[in-house]
Design a protein. Structure first.
Length: 72
């Protein structure tokens, strides 16, 4: 998703569709995009990609959530 140049909003939408089979609410989307923006601000050249790390954390959080475990 990062390599394809998708925006944070598009990535959050895709993660929600893949994990929960629904789009995020406006509040969910705004909160996660805010986290991704903060990760991008912490970016240090030559160090692990903070945005990628934040996305990995988000996906794991979604896949280990009760909503995923009990609905899928």
């Amino acid at each position: 998703m990062i390599q394809r140049g998708l925006s944070d909003e598009q990535i959050v939408n895709d993660l929600y569709l893949a994990s929960f089979s629904r789009n995020p609410t406006a509040a969910e989307r705004a909160a996660l995009v805010k986290v991704l923006d903060a990760a991008e601000q912490k970016k240090t050249p030559g160090v692990n990609d903070a945005r990628r790390d934040a996305l990995n954390d988000m996906l794991w959080a979604m896949l280990t959530s009760e909503a995923f475990m009990f609905n899928h």
